[in-house]
Design a protein around this ligand. Structure first.
Ligand SMILES: [Zn+2]
Ligand SMILES: [Zn+2]
Length: 246
């Protein structure tokens, strides 16, 4: 009888995975569309600010910005630095509609968050994607934060509420304004749906990249003012330097 394949390993691989690595195109041999060496080489975020996740040289520290102006959000959780190849993966997902890249990053972020929950990080009551301006939504046709939140919600069995946060103003004019006025301007760009039951809840904002944290700050303030108990921020990547708005 030679109807059974001799090499069980191949059968196992074939049964579990017939996809190639999205980065190097070699057979991935993992349950993901990413091979083990490429996974290892991703720019995993190391020591960081305990609040905003800004990369810092030593562990257990809070950055100067967070010390001087403690943000409204409780903490930022992100697996990666916004560096190559993460920046390119995010751009392919966001600007070239390559959904498998988004799905892959959401899957890995879901695993990362589950690991953090197992370690004691508080699970939120729900996920709130950062809303996109109407103008951006028209240009892009989809909100990448909503897609990420749905994939994460599926993976972590968390409720996703894509309509609680609303962007009521398109790009507010920020030029020539000081930091305080910019923050006020940004806060006026967002609103909470009238029937959003945020009071007493622990919520997590979801976005692709965190740069200055100004948007997260405005949204967290809005939610806390409406009675939310705690607001965390989950994103794929954190920039090392806060030099672009977002
Ligand atoms: Zn690879
Ligand atoms: Zn910080």
């Amino acid at each position: 009888m030679h109807c059974q394949p001799e090499y069980k390993g191949q059968v196992y691989i074939w049964l579990n995975n017939n996809q190639n690595c999205l980065l190097c195109d070699e057979p991935s041999e993992t349950a993901l569309a990413l091979c083990a060496p490429c996974l290892d080489e991703l720019p995993w975020l190391g020591t960081q600010c305990g609040v905003c996740a800004l990369p810092l040289p030593a562990a257990g520290q809070v950055c100067g910005q967070c010390q001087q102006h403690p943000p409204a959000f409780h903490r930022v959780v992100a697996p990666w630095c916004y560096e190559f190849p993460l920046d390119s993966l995010i751009s392919r997902f966001k600007h070239h509609e390559q959904w498998p890249f988004g799905r892959l990053m959401a899957e890995l972020t879901g695993q990362f968050l589950q690991f953090r929950f197992d370690e004691g990080l508080d699970r939120p009551d729900g996920l709130l994607p950062v809303p996109l301006s109407h103008q951006r939504l028209r240009q892009r046709g989809f909100n990448q934060a909503v897609m990420l939140a749905r994939w994460l919600g599926e993976h972590l069995q968390l409720q996703v509420e894509p309509h609680w946060l609303q962007r009521i103003q398109d790009t507010p004019a920020q030029q020539g304004l000081d930091a305080k006025a910019r923050q006020r301007n940004l806060r006026q760009a967002f609103a909470l749906a009238a029937d959003a039951p945020v009071a007493g809840r622990h919520l997590a904002l979801v976005d692709d990249v965190l740069t200055t944290g100004a948007t997260a700050q405005a949204l967290a303030r809005l939610l806390l003012d409406a009675g939310a108990r705690q607001v965390d921020v989950y994103c794929l990547a954190r920039t090392a330097k806060a030099d672009t708005p977002g």
